[in-house]
Design a protein around this ligand. Structure first.
Ligand code: BG6
Ligand code: MG
Length: 214
């Protein structure tokens, strides 16, 4: 298989921010007396902030107008950003740096494809920005995963055709997005059991990338 670029999802693949997303949504939901639990939270992986809010509001008795929805999403994001303040390079998930160095040594292009508008802030906190040839994130796109827009934009920025890109994803919505974009995809972490993924790995520590790129 000819792979010329690897596109990394951010949350849940490079760094474990998923627990902070949960805690921040939970705080907002509790304040509004909206039922929210970890199972509902799993459906928010890879989904944009406003679409995540709509999923959470399905459990609400109250109908919120657009201004109120923006306030709720903004409040959650403020809680989330406060939590991100304690993020450091030690929060980078196991195997990530090893894989980035392996790819860089072989001249494989490396990009980010994330739904998050906080991507620049997170990359700065964990000090990984210099590894990436391009970043495509929630600030650049109109349609969130499972739409392929974020990955197609990443491929365009690094000038590699979709068929030669491999996406690393922890979200079922992200697996759908990569496949819809005509890319190969590896399910990692939460998506390691996704049967639609071309490859699966519990984490990036022991996966044999050299065999994959042969
Ligand atoms: C994705 C997360 O990476 O980013 C989602 O998996 C999150 O859970 C989405 O909702 C948007 O994030 P942000 O940081 O723009 O609110
Ligand atoms: Mg993710």
């Amino acid at each position: 298989m000819s792979i010329k670029a690897v596109i990394f999802d951010l949350d849940g693949v490079i760094v474990s921010t998923d627990k902070y997303h949960y805690q921040a949504w939970k705080k907002m939901a509790d304040e509004e007396e909206i039922y929210f639990d970890k199972i509902i939270n799993e459906g928010l992986r890879g989904v944009s902030r406003m679409e995540s809010l709509e999923i959470i509001l399905k459990k609400s008795q109250k109908i919120y107008n657009q201004n109120e929805k923006e306030e709720l999403a903004g409040r959650k994001n403020n809680y989330y950003r406060e939590m991100l303040n304690c993020l450091t390079p030690t929060d980078i998930l196991p195997g990530v740096i090893k894989v980035l160095e392996f790819l860089r040594e072989r001249g494989i292009k490396i990009a980010i494809g994330s739904s998050s508008k906080n991507t620049p802030f997170i990359l700065e906190k964990i000090g990984l920005g210099s590894y990436f040839d391009a970043v495509s994130d929630g600030n650049d796109i109109n349609k969130s995963k499972p739409d392929p827009e974020v990955f197609l934009l990443a491929a365009k920025k690094i000038r590699v055709i979709p068929g030669e890109c491999l996406v690393l994803e922890d979200a079922d919505a992200g697996i759908e997005a990569a496949l819809a974009g005509g890319m190969k995809v590896m399910g990692v972490g939460f998506a390691a059991k996704n049967v639609k993924a071309n490859y699966r790995a519990h984490d990036l520590l022991n996966f044999k990338f050299d065999e994959l790129l042969k």
